[in-house]
Write a protein that binds this ligand. Structure first.
Ligand SMILES: [Zn+2]
Length: 508
């Protein structure tokens, strides 16, 4: 018996030792090839990647097809939606003889829309630049790039962190394993989406169409930022998201504010009051039943939250605000609740072109984040019911003259598409292998987080494919994703490759 135990423990240590050696091989392959990996990344970032730009978004997909073919990934193809204007999914596969399990690696190659005028001096969303730090702090733009580059430096471009870094981390991890002569323990599939930032409108259709090709034991979603403490994290779910656009009406033509002020109601004021009625002074949403259908966190999930280091005070200083919106609630507690955010308000002009007018309308976009238990259509309806309760006439169209004369407060409400929140159970045994694999790449304890504050199209994976998923973020938390000056810290990019490789080498 003792002898058997000895043999078993030797066997285990041999496996562990081999894995450590394997990871060292990956690490040194990556270090030797940083210049070429970086140059491929830059070529990819130069291709504009807003999904609505139908010509350029396809160039991104073509770039990936070439990149994957050059690495002899098999079965590389575009998974198309019925409408050919929809950005395709770029797919590829690695079939391992004798392997029974399959893991699909997901990232998206499209990015949020851009406004180049808002980017810092010398930066442009589609002209990637290397900067020796944060551009709004001590960083300066580097005109020449010599390797090895300081890994605290950052690359600025749309998609640098969200999520072309994810695509490249996955593909370079694969290349590093192959070129290092290591064996894959399970089948791998690659799935790179091109419409994520537009709400993954056709993902459901694509998953359904290619259902048999997309069977797997697990999806690894490489997207989002690491924890604010810099620690690596494995995230088990993401919040859902839904939008509403509210347009409040004033006079049919802009009116002189002197001749008509006090007499003609101002739509900006009406909209402001309406929005203000949606939250109390403690940041709680006052809309009826807003929090009612939330499924509470499990005991394991609550415990996991306790293990996450508190970064709130530090973050407040960095972000630049004094007090949290929800009185006394930590960041982690807050993102485990549904939220109501105003994305923006638009009306007449300010600044050099301001005029003394009563504007004709005021528009706000509301962004509802959802947690497990919420249904996005139901959540939108709660907001609409609240608006009606405030005495508004709600319409989906431009109001007619008759409607204008019979209703003092008119709002046009447009419902955007939405996604529900999803979460993989923290008690699912498969997660333990992934946690162990990522743990091998860092000395700090890997954090296990029940949900990401942001949203991902997880509902489609669960609904169509009944899939299991885990989210492995790699980007620095201060990456400005979705905004101007998006960037990735090089260390996060390099470590992202190591992390993806460790997962590709894990044994279930
Ligand atoms: Zn993303």
């Amino acid at each position: 018996m003792r002898c058997l135990i000895l043999v078993i423990s030797l066997l285990f240590s041999a496996i562990a030792f081999a894995q450590t050696q394997d990871l060292e091989k990956i690490h040194s392959y990556r270090e030797k090839n940083e210049a070429s990996i970086y140059s491929d990344f830059i070529s990819f970032l130069k291709i504009p990647n807003v999904a609505t730009d139908t010509v350029n978004i396809r160039k991104n997909a073509e770039f990936l097809v070439q990149f994957m073919n050059a690495r002899r990934i098999s079965d590389v193809q575009l998974l198309e939606a019925d409408d050919k204007n929809v950005p395709p999914v770029v797919y590829g596969a690695i079939k391992v003889p004798g392997a029974t399990e399959t893991v699909i690696f997901y990232a998206h190659y499209d990015g949020q829309p851009v406004n180049p005028a808002l980017w810092a001096n010398g930066l442009h969303p589609f002209q990637p630049q290397l900067v020796s730090g944060r551009i709004d702090e001590e960083g300066s733009i580097q005109t020449s790039v010599n390797f090895p580059v300081n890994d605290n430096w950052r690359t600025y471009a749309r998609g640098a962190s969200d999520d072309k870094a994810g695509v490249m981390a996955i593909l370079n991890a694969f290349t590093a394993i192959k070129e290092s002569g290591l064996k894959f323990p399970y089948n791998i599939k690659f799935f790179f989406e091109g419409e994520e930032e537009q709400g993954s409108t056709h993902l459901h259709q694509i998953l359904d169409k290619y259902r048999s090709q997309l069977q797997s034991d697990l999806w690894i979603i490489c997207d989002g930022p690491v924890h604010q403490s810099g620690r690596k994290q494995i995230v088990f779910g993401a919040r859902g998201d839904a939008h509403l656009t509210l347009k409040v009406y004033g006079p049919k033509n802009p009116l002189h504010s002197g001749h008509y002020g006090n007499w003609v109601p101002n739509p900006v004021m009406i909209l402001s009051k309406l929005l203000a009625s949606m939250k109390d002074d403690n940041g709680r949403v006052t809309i009826k039943d807003f929090y009612n259908d939330v499924i509470p966190l499990s005991a394991t999930e609550k415990q996991a939250l306790k293990n996450i280091p508190a970064v709130d005070e530090d973050l407040k200083k960095k972000i630049g605000f004094a007090k949290e919106e929800m009185n006394g609630k930590s960041l982690m507690e807050s993102i485990n609740l549904p939220s109501l955010n105003i994305n923006g308000i638009e009306s007449s002009n300010v600044g050099t072109i301001q005029a003394n007018v009563i504007p004709i309308s005021a528009t706000a976009v509301i962004d509802l984040r959802l947690v497990l238990g919420n249904d996005w259509k139901r959540q939108q309806q709660k907001v609409i019911d609240h608006i009606i309760k405030q005495g508004f006439y709600v319409t989906e169209n431009e109001p007619t003259d008759e409607e204008r004369s019979s209703h003092p407060k008119i709002v046009q409400v447009k419902r955007g598409m939405g996604d529900n929140a999803e979460r993989t159970s923290m008690d699912w045994p498969g997660a333990k292998s992934v946690v162990a694999a990522v743990q091998q790449t860092t000395k700090d304890r890997v954090l296990q987080v029940p949900t990401l504050g942001g949203s991902l199209p997880l509902e489609d994976f669960v609904k169509v494919l009944n899939a299991k998923f885990l989210i492995i973020p790699i980007a620095n938390y201060d990456n400005n994703q979705h905004a101007e000056n998006e960037n990735i810290k090089l260390r996060n990019f390099w470590e992202g490759i190591d992390m993806m490789a460790a997962i590709m080498l894990m044994k279930f």
